[in-house]
Design a protein around this ligand. Structure first.
Ligand code: RIB
Ligand code: CA
Length: 280
């Protein structure tokens, strides 16, 4: 099975990915690390606590970076994920619990040293925590088994700019450091995730599960459907983050290409663009 640390900015699609990882028998979720992105890092931690406890799980949650490394922080995309990051969930019950004392970067390094070569780091937000962990422990690329990130785009247009995807756009310097660190890294970009649509048929199957959690997840999809129809001309919403978990469980569900990968850090128009060298 897969030992996993889940780095996230929950986030509607992050929530689906988290439940996927928590529920799948092949995944042992060692912990959750939070970052700013869809919401503030404080809200991300509160959401991670809420989502895990709501589903009856307890996992270590270590809070991470509040800001991008260098660029001026932007507004959180409340128009996509809601003010609370979870589709403006009504009647959010108190779930109790508290997050870890240590930072996300310290948690990642501690676990990587404890389980050398065994941990898959699944990142579905801006990559500041991964970059800080790399600074703390330069051996991280060898201590981690692999890194799978929902990030970037190659052929598909960007979503926060004509060429940039949100997780890279939010912290392009961190992304560049991770892409060039020598990790066994798989980038699951918009090229794939824009095919992972939550159709009415998929949503109906979720509702048929019939549990209170299924009702909440279906509500999240309703919210996501509306924001993607309003903002990006999608009929059905692309559910980005769970694609990383699907790839981890069964890499055969996607086709991948091996290539050098870099991030544009200096362009006015192209900041945050992921540049794959496909010349073979
Ligand atoms: O571009 C999509 C990514 O940005 C997803 O991870 C979504 O949750 C947002 O963080
Ligand atoms: Ca995310």
């Amino acid at each position: 099975n897969h030992k996993v640390i889940f780095d996230t900015d929950p986030g509607v699609d992050d929530a689906i990915a988290l439940y996927f990882a928590l529920a799948h028998p092949d995944i042992e979720l060692l912990g959750i690390t939070t970052t700013f992105g869809n919401v503030s890092v404080q809200q991300a931690s509160a959401n991670a606590l809420y989502l895990t406890r709501l589903a009856g799980y307890r996992r270590p949650i270590a809070q991470g970076v509040q800001f991008p490394q260098l660029k001026t922080p932007g507004k959180h995309p409340e128009f996509v994920h809601g003010n609370d990051g979870l589709g403006n969930l009504h009647g959010r019950s108190e779930v109790g619990g508290q997050i870890e004392a240590e930072s996300a970067a310290e948690f990642i390094v501690k676990m990587a040293r404890q389980f050398p070569g065994e941990i898959s780091l699944v990142g579905v937000g801006p990559m500041g925590n991964l970059a800080l962990a790399l600074k703390l422990e330069p051996r991280l690329p060898r201590l981690l088994k692999q890194v799978v990130v929902m990030a970037g785009t190659i052929d598909e247009p960007g979503n926060v700019s004509p060429v940039a995807e949100a997780n890279v756009w939010n912290d392009p310097h961190a992304a560049d450091q991770i892409f060039t660190a020598g990790c066994d890294l798989t980038m699951v970009g918009l090229d794939l995730t824009h095919q992972a649509l939550c159709t009415p048929e998929v949503q109906r199957r979720i509702e048929e599960i019939g549990t209170p959690l299924a009702v909440i997840v279906s509500g999240l999809m309703d919210f996501f459907r509306k924001t993607y129809q309003d903002n990006q001309d999608f009929v059905d919403p692309p559910v980005h983050d769970p694609c990383t978990v699907a790839y981890l469980i069964d890499p055969s569900v996607v086709q991948t290409r091996r290539c050098p990968l870099d991030v544009e850090l200096h362009g006015e128009l192209t900041l945050g663009m992921t540049v794959a060298d496909l010349r073979g």
